[in-house]
Ligand binder design. Sequence first.
Ligand code: PLP
Length: 397
Amino acid sequence: MHQGRHFLQIPGPSPVPERVLRAMDMPVIDHRSAEFGELGRIVLEGSQKIFQTKGPVVIFPSSGTGAWEAAIVNTLSPGDKVLMVETGHFATLWRQMAGRFGIEVDFVPGDWRRGADPALIEARLTEDTAQAIKAVMVVHNETSTSRIAEIRAAIDRTGHPALLMVDTISSLGSVDYRHDEWKVDVSVSCSQKGFMLPPGLGFNAISQKALAAAKSNKMPRSYFDWEEMLKPNAKGFFPYTPATNLLYGLREAIAMLLEEGLDNVFARHQRLAAATRAAVNHWGLEVLCQEPSEFSPVLTAVLMPPGHDADQFRKVVLDNYNMSLGSGLSKVAGKVFRIGHLGECNALTLLGALTGVEMGLSVAGVRHRSGGVDVAMKLLEQRPQGNASPHLKVVGT
Ligand code: PLP
C-alpha cells in the first residue's frame, strides 16, 4: 500500500487540480434552468479564448474520439478524398475512422519520430490540380509536435481550397495554438489534457468555411450534428443532457488558465519539457522525437535501450514509487515510455517525476549516467521570466 499522492505522469488524463475538483463538487442542477444557461454561456465563451477563436466552439459529452468523429461527419461526404500524415498512433486511428466513414485517405507514411512535414503537404496539394482533396487532417501533438502555422502557410502558397482540420487533443491549453490566426477549419480537442479535467468532454472549434461545408456535405449524423448543438448553444443550452459537473470544472479550469496567462502556460510547458529532455540526455537515453523544432512541450517519449522492455520498466516505477508513466502505443509498444509534463505540473512535481524515473532506471538495471535530475534542477532553479505567479501577489498591494 502506497502512502501519499499518486504521480500521474502520463500524457493525459493529466492530474486534476484541487481547485477544479472542488468546483465540480456541486449538486447537479436543472440543465434547462437560467442558472445552467449562464454556466453554458461562460464555458462556451471561455473555450473560445483557449482555442484563440471568435467563432463557435461546441462541447460534446464525449471523449476526444467522439470529437474526431464530429469533425468528419459534419464536413465530409462518403467518397471524399483527404490528406493525412502518419505522425503516430493517433493519426493512424483518425485515419482508420475516416476510412470507416467511406473517406478515401491519402495517408503519407512516417516513422513517428517527427511531425507532419509542411513541404510534403505543399507538394501533395500542388499536385492535386483537380482539387479533389477536401481536407488536410493533422494531429498537432503526438510524440512530436507538428508546426501548424507552417502547414497553414504551405497550404496558402498552393491556393488549394482544402479544409484544415487539426487534432489539438493533447496540445490545447498547453502548447501555443491559434485557431483563427492559423485559419484552422476544425480544431478537435477534449477535457483530460491541457484543460486539466477528468475525461468526458470533446470540443470542436469551427470556422465559417467548415460551417458552410456542413450545410452541403452528405454524411448522415445525429448526435454529433453541429447545427443541432449550435441552436441551443446560442443561449447557453444543449440539445440533450450535458455533462453538468464537468462544465463546472471547465469554468474553473479556464479561469485558472487565463489567470496564469496563456503565454505563461505555454512557456511553463516549454520549460518543463526542456528540463525533462536535459535529464534524459544526461542519462544517456534517446528521445523518440528527432527534430528539435518538433519536440513536444507536453510529453517526452524515451526510447528504452536494447534488451529492456519499456512496460517492465514502467511496472518497476509504479510498484516502487507509485508513479504512472505513459506506455508506448501500438508500433512503439514496449519500446518507449512517455513522461507526461502537462496541465497541473510545475518544477517540483516534474523533479519528483524525474527522480522516480532515475531511481527506476537503477532498480530495473538499465545502464545510465546518474545525475539527470541534478541537471534538470539546475535548469529549473531560476524563476521563469514573465508575469509573476498569482500565488505570489499580495492582496491589496
Ligand atoms: N488524439 C490524441 C493526440 C490523443 O492524445 C488522444 C488520447 O490520448 C486521442 C486523440 C484520443 O482521445 P480520447 O482517448 O479522449 O478519445
